[in-house]
Design a protein around this ligand. Structure first.
Ligand SMILES: Cc1ncc(COP(=O)(O)O)c(C=O)c1O
Length: 381
């Protein structure tokens, strides 16, 4: 019913992902957007709005707000109030403002490491100290070192959480989140939970749990950041939102944003509304496709000598340990072999590369073929 196999040429369309390599024969599997066309319902809603032809300042429609509240209730049994919502053009600005608003200058911010790199930059950009919380492999899943978290929390005001985790792909269980919430509660740490990948659950038994929905206490010391951007491939339309039940935290964040945070884009609101109203079937089909892409990648690359990939529960990103290949510069080697990947060092661990498998099967198959050539040339040396 929906065509994820169709290859849409994104070259020369101001795509960050595709324009990086220009005319070079390098398949871009780096930055986290997919190559899929948005759901027909989204395209239809955008067309209609474009035809209206007036693009003045705008605000979210009451229907979009209602759809978000209903979504939180139907997916998570979480009763969110409209007042708790703050719209913003991106999750990353939200993370940065959170660093300023919810951490005193003399305190520190805990960030899992490795993690999506803006987490690592945000504390420093906002003149706060960062405390690195190591992520560890436990039974093939990337988890934070809970004992270390307990130590770091003594001296921290804020924890940045990434759930599902980018780049590890973990969907944290209720027990894991409760452990984090318990530590945060005892040490009075605010939790800013980036849940932008929450709809991209590949394992059929994985369940996303918004951090602030855990308990009344967790709600009072946390914020959840979400967006339709990754789920529906509309990141360029810049629409995201924070859910902040605690009025004091909300007020402090709003104060920190005054005069600095840009308004949302009208077309982002329109696309978000169509996505949440009519995008579910498309999303289910996309998840099937991404699941098959993940399985293909694991089958083809996961068992090669010198390469390790833990199980990916969510996201369309693979975090690949290539330390066994002993490449001086893994990114340069794979680029020379015709595949563009994200350097693990950017996320906090240079032994890894990150691969985005949100693309057509045909492109992924070719990228895997090229990567295998680089890997096997190395291991047959
Ligand atoms: C965990 C995470 N947060 C935020 C973002 C980007 O958010 P935005 O484009 O809304 O700033 C990404 C994009 O890859 C991400 O993986």
């Amino acid at each position: 019913m929906f065509d994820f196999d169709g290859v849409i040429d994104r070259r020369g369309t101001q795509s960050l992902k595709w324009d990086k390599y220009g005319d070079k024969d390098i398949l871009p599997l780096w930055v986290a957007d997919t190559d899929f066309q948005a759901a027909p319902a989204i395209l239809e809603a955008l067309h209609q709005r474009i035809d209206h032809g007036v693009f003045g300042y705008s605000r979210p429609s009451p229907r979009l707000i209602k759809l978000i509240l209903e979504r939180m209730h139907s997916l998570y049994g979480w009763q969110v109030e409209a007042d708790w919502l703050l719209f913003m053009p991106g999750v990353v600005p939200g993370l940065n403002f959170a660093c300023k608003a919810w951490c005193r200058p003399e305190s520190s911010i805990i960030s899992p490491t490795p993690v999506y790199y803006p987490f690592l930059n945000a504390p420093g950009y906002n003149e706060r100290r960062i405390s690195h919380l190591p992520m560890q492999l436990v039974a093939d899943r990337w988890l934070p070192d809970f004992e270390r978290l307990e130590q770091l929390a003594v001296d921290a005001d804020l924890l940045l959480l990434c759930n599902p985790h980018n780049p590890g792909g973990t969907v944290f269980t209720r027990a894991e989140l409760e452990r984090i919430a318990d530590i945060a509660e005892r040490h009075e740490v605010t939790v800013c939970s980036d849940e932008i990948h929450c709809d991209l659950l590949l394992d059929k038994d994985a369940r996303h749990i918004p951090f602030a929905s855990l308990s009344a206490a967790a709600a009072q010391r946390s914020a959840v950041l979400m967006a339709p951007s990754k789920t529906f491939n509309i990141a360029g339309l810049c629409c995201s939102f924070a859910i902040i039940p605690n009025p004091t935290l909300r007020h402090k964040l709003q104060q920190s944003m005054r005069g600095l945070m840009a308004d949302n884009n009208l077309l982002g609101f329109i696309a978000a509304e169509a996505a949440y109203a009519e995008g579910e079937e498309w999303l289910a089909a996309q998840l099937e496709y991404l699941r098959d892409n993940r399985d293909l990648l694991m089958r083809e690359l996961g068992s090669l000598p010198g390469v390790k990939i833990a199980h990916i529960e969510a996201t369309y990103l693979a975090w690949i340990d290539v330390s066994g290949l002993q490449l001086a510069n893994p990114i340069a080697s794979f680029e020379a072999g015709g595949v563009g990947l994200s350097p693990g060092a950017q996320f906090g661990d240079g032994n890894f590369i990150r691969l985005n498998f949100g693309c057509s099967r045909e492109l992924l198959t070719e990228a895997i073929r090229r990567m295998k050539r680089v890997i096997l040339a190395r291991t047959n040396d």
